[in-house]
Design a protein around this ligand. Structure first.
Ligand code: UGA
Length: 424
């Protein structure tokens, strides 16, 4: 099939590249010239396992990138809107990029027949029907039905997004009508997973409900972990015991510093704001957010008690990415920790195998080490904030005081150090 993806962030690039690798003819559209150039040269603008190889295999063959959206729509049967929906000031979602993409697609649709527009960006229930379709209709001069519309939420995890795309647990096809859904189902016909067809707003809600549930699970185990810590109980053994019940499942039960990234914080806040806007106060979700905000503070309390105060102390911060295997630092819990350390006049020396460059944008003033051991040299304390595998067995010999606070239960080699876990 001929496919266009609008936006080459994580979602658009992974969707476009994987569909090209499966034999479709894909055109990726972005407004940023250098991203388009990189994709056309077979170079990935993001760090994502497997992406580089896929781009190399498909660039200039099945996969082309352009800034010309109209050309992409004219040369495709189906297009995916994959632009960002960042949080606005009140926690709601900012639809600026979606609206602009819909306007441009609408204009192109005026001269194109049999095209289906698929919304992949995360949008609150009702957005496709009440905002995107009217913009498409207005700008194309056509009625929906003359072109198809679907809402197809994405469930990719950064770091394993390619594998998630190729081996999904499920595909949700929110459809305006049967024809629209059939077209998208045809594109996904090579996938062997359950495919659920719903209306547009149900598909939108499935995405929010899924992310909210996962974030709730993590905040739940963190709360249990905070209680366990006071009782001298290992939260990880508790989680293991819980997950032997098939209804619970062991995933997303790792207690620690909490969740970050470009999705959970934005989506939980987005759903809270949306629910309030329609007259419902979502108390559980607000508490999920509160528990998550507390975890960095609890870690800092533990460290502060060990040192007396952070003033003038050299603190090694190991781990800057919001989770391992990515260079993404958006809403990273590490940033809350660093900000507070700086407020309390600590000397921060940071290390991350992938996320140094992204961190420098936010914190140009702190020191960066090129290895974990370098960061630990002469440090008064080490805070381990991301679950990178290389933090399992570190050499702490160079530290001034070998105090290690583990925010992710990643440290295996605990010999010769004063070790303390965040909630275990
Ligand atoms: C998340 C969802 O898992 C994807 O299904 C979804 O498609 C994506 O958001 C999105 O909306 O685009 P992602 O943000 O890549 O994916 O990250 P996750 O792997 O889900 O981790 C989220 C956060 O939870 C990380 O900070 C991680 O460290 C934390 N976490 C996760 C825990 O603290 N404990 C756990 O047990 C699991």
């Amino acid at each position: 099939m001929k496919v266009a993806t609008i936006g080459t962030g994580y979602v658009g690039l992974v969707t476009g590249a994987c569909l090209a690798d499966m034999g479709n003819e894909v055109i990726c559209v972005d407004i940023v010239d250098h991203k388009v150039e990189m994709i056309n040269q077979g170079r990935s603008p993001i760090y994502e396992e497997g992406m580089q190889e896929i781009l190399k295999r498909n660039a200039q063959k099945n996969l082309k990138a352009t800034t010309d959206l109209e050309m992409a729509i004219e040369n495709s049967d189906i297009s995916f809107i994959c632009v960002g929906t960042p949080s606005d000031r009140d926690g709601g979602i900012d639809l600026r990029y979606i609206k602009s993409a819909a306007r441009s697609i609408g204009k192109a649709l005026a001269s194109v027949d049999n095209h289906t527009v698929v919304v992949k960006s995360t949008v609150v229930p009702g957005t496709t029907e009440n905002i995107i379709i009217p913009i498409l209709e207005k700008n194309s001069g056509k009625h929906v039905g003359e072109f198809g519309v679907c809402m197809n939420p994405e469930f990719l995890k950064e770091g394993v997004a390619v594998d998630d795309f190729m081996n999904p647990d499920r595909i949700i096809i929110g459809q305006y009508d049967e024809n629209s859904g059939n077209k998208l189902a045809e594109l996904y016909k090579g996938f062997y997973c359950p495919i659920l067809r719903t209306d547009l707003k149900t598909a939108e809600m499935i995405k929010y409900a899924s992310n909210s549930f996962l974030a709730t699970k993590v905040s739940f185990i963190n709360e249990i972990g905070n209680i366990c810590k006071r009782l001298g109980i290992d939260a990880y053994t508790v989680a293991e015991g819980m997950s032997l019940d098939y209804r619970i499942s062991p995933n997303f039960l790792k207690a620690g510093l909490g969740w970050g990234g470009s999705c959970f914080p934005k989506d939980i806040k987005g759903l809270i704001s949306y629910a309030k806007g329609i007259g419902y106060n979502p108390e559980l979700l607000q508490t999920v957010l509160k528990v998550n905000r507390k975890q960095p503070e609890i870690l800092l309390d533990i460290a502060r008690k060990k040192l007396g105060s952070f003033d003038g102390k050299r603190v090694a911060v190991l781990g800057l990415a919001f989770k391992a295997d990515t260079d993404d630092t958006r809403e990273s819990q590490s940033f809350h920790v660093i900000r507070q350390l700086l407020n309390e006049k600590a000397e921060v020396v940071a290390y991350d195998p992938k996320a140094e460059e992204n961190t420098k944008i936010e914190f140009p003033e702190i020191q960066y080490a090129s290895t974990a051991e370098d960061a630990l040299k002469e440090a008064d304390i080490a805070l381990i904030l991301t679950e990178w595998e290389e933090f399992q067995n570190l050499n702490y010999e160079g530290m001034k005081n070998r105090i290690v606070i583990d925010g992710r239960d990643i440290v295996k080699n605990r010999e010769g150090i004063e070790y303390e876990g965040l909630c275990w």
